[in-house]
Design a protein around this ligand. Sequence first.
Ligand code: C5P
Length: 319
Amino acid sequence: MVPPKANEDFLIAEAHAKINLHLEVLGIRDDGFHELAMVMQSINLSDQLRMTKNEDNNITLKTNNNEISNGEDNLVIKAARLLRNKVGKTQLGVDIELVKNIPIGAGLAGGSADAAATLVGLNKFWNLNLEVSELEKLSKEIGSDIPFCVSGGRQICFGRGEILERLNLDRFDLGLILVKDPSIQVSTPVAYKKYKEEFEHRYLENDSDFEVKRNIVRSINWSDQSLLDNRKEVQNDLQKVVCPMTPEVEKSLNILSRLPGSRLVSMSGSGPSCFALFENYNQANKVLKEHVNEFEKAGLSAWACSMKSNGVQLRNEFT
Ligand code: C5P
């Protein structure tokens, strides 16, 4: 889709969350990050970044969520500065209002999606004309999941998560119910640290072994229909360590597995959010409505979502 032409002074960038349809830890890299084989999928749960030009060369951030810093450590500010430095135009300014809907510390890449939306939005807003591939390349400097969030859809992700192979699919009809206990967050570094402590003895050590695993992931059919068949290739390695130390994850997985029509059930990323796939959005939404009381009783926030075939979306009008 061709994004709408940016209004001179105002632009909205829609930042979509992701789920992991697969997350396999292959080994550890020289830079200390884990070597991964993943399949990520954008969903229609999104944050909104409202960008307004300012004349004083400042990059500012306001958010509706007081748990989030609006300082230099926020990925939105980091992304804006990174882009401005890359093009060497330090006179460019923007005021960003972040409307947060994606839960934080949830394994849904909310922060990464916001950074991706900042890059795509400002590239348009500041008329920089960088290619999407350049934005993806730049973004990996500040986070492993950001390159995926730029272009989104359903993609295989290798390396730290930044090496993307788009799947050639034309249907994204699946629906999902996503749940998260609002009282807990999982730290991604802690989840990987725990995984390493427990499973390092099984890590593969060289690139040719990684490549064998990558080829297996490439050979799997990741279409909607195939996912509904609930194959056992689909896995989230981090679930093996996060689930035992987070009872809320086990509770979420149990409830999701029991829902009528629920197919593949998994944790997303490093958790604690979990999801169940359904044939389509209408079915997921119907089941959600019928089980609202059960989710409430279990203390879980729940959403019915659809899949997105792309990542960041731009517009310059409220809809
Ligand atoms: O890149 P990102 O900021 O998302 O990573 C957060 C942390 O998660 C890293 O500091 C690292 O501890 C862990 N991580 C990892 N291997 C990856 C991605 C993340 O060990 N491929």
